[in-house]
Design a protein around this ligand. Structure first.
Ligand code: GRG
Length: 297
């Protein structure tokens, strides 16, 4: 109970820090194309748990780094995440009308504008890192390499392509695991790796963090599959699971609810065990992993 209270306070304070910084990073502008910035702020400031930047900051502080120095790079992860949600909601993809209880961007602005807002956030994330004078040149380069790897054609975008190709088809567990690892897990792993880079972690520490990120990332998406069934009403405002409506194979449709819960729990435990090889106290990262895997929404 004490740990839960502590982690709740931590999440709230980091989330506030991130939101204040995001507001500064994407200001309203008095330019003829000002709607681009208003649209970006609509999606970026529209709620969300801020899990990816929080993971980056928590990893940074666990390894003795400075979170103020890490803040812009951590926020770049949220820009990429937001772009992926804007594009995922489009009529040509999942065609969703609501996100986080608000109308999706293409329902508020013309569809082409929503596409371009996603493009802007994607581009701007790299711009922010490249020009972050708080960081060393080597850190900037490592962050850009990590982000392009995990968000790119062998990471999140690959996951989305595989996801689209698999719709309405019967796929096996190995293929589903690949989709989950790429589509969701890659950006979670990137967030943890960001923390390693921002705290100048050793190669050995980076390997430990990467394995932790991969296992937590997969567990996070398995839990998303579970919540799609068990918390459909709270999560989506409807009773029918969205994955069923979208004819998607999930951990739950392949393994059932109980075995999916066991799979997520096994990954959680294994991920936490990885951290015992670090020479620093991993309690904060373990608490965060616990929040990710045992969340209710
Ligand atoms: C369009 C290139 C492209 C990629 C889209 C991330 C993604 C790939 C699609 C989003 C759809 C989805 C439900 C993915 C599963 C990952 C997931 C659970 C995303 C939601 O992340 P949270 O829970 O969201 O961190 P908040 O709203 O808290 O930011």
């Amino acid at each position: 109970m004490k740990t839960m209270l502590h982690i709740d306070t931590y999440l709230k304070s980091r989330s506030q820090l991130i939101e204040e910084h995001l507001t500064r990073l994407i200001p309203e502008k008095e330019v003829p194309y000002h709607t681009l910035f208003s649209a970006a702020r609509y999606s970026l400031m529209g709620g969300g748990k801020r899990l990816r930047p929080i993971l980056a900051l928590a990893t940074t502080e666990t390894l003795g780094g400075d979170i103020d120095t890490a803040l812009t790079a951590a926020c770049a992860l949220e820009l990429i995440h937001t772009y992926s949600l804007i594009h995922d909601d489009l009529p040509c993809m999942d065609n969703d009308d609501f996100r986080r209880g608000k109308l999706t961007l293409h329902k508020v602005y013309p569809e082409g504008h929503a596409v371009l807002t996603g493009d802007f956030l994607l581009t701007h994330a790299f711009d922010l890192i490249a020009n972050d004078t708080e960081l060393t040149t080597d850190q900037r380069l490592q962050l850009i390499k990590t982000l392009s790897k995990h968000a790119g054609g062998n990471g999140m975008i690959a996951g989305q392509v595989l996801d689209i190709q698999s719709e309405g088809k019967q796929i096996d567990l190995e293929r589903l695991r690949l989709i989950h690892r790429c589509k969701t897990g890659a950006m979670i792993t990137a967030s943890i790796e960001f923390g390693g880079i921002l705290s100048n972690a050793t190669e050995l520490e980076m390997q430990i963090l990467r394995r932790f990120g991969e296992e937590i990332g997969l567990a996070f998406q398995i839990v998303d599959d579970i919540l799609d069934v068990t918390a459909s009403k709270e999560k989506h405002g409807r009773l029918v699971p969205s994955d069923l409506t979208n004819h998607k194979v999930t951990y739950v449709t392949l393994l059932g609810l109980e075995e999916s819960q066991v799979a997520a729990q096994t990954l959680f435990q294994s991920a936490c065990e990885q951290l015992s090889a670090l020479s620093v106290d991993p309690a904060l990262l373990i608490s965060l992993a616990d929040v990710l895997v045992h969340r209710k929404i």
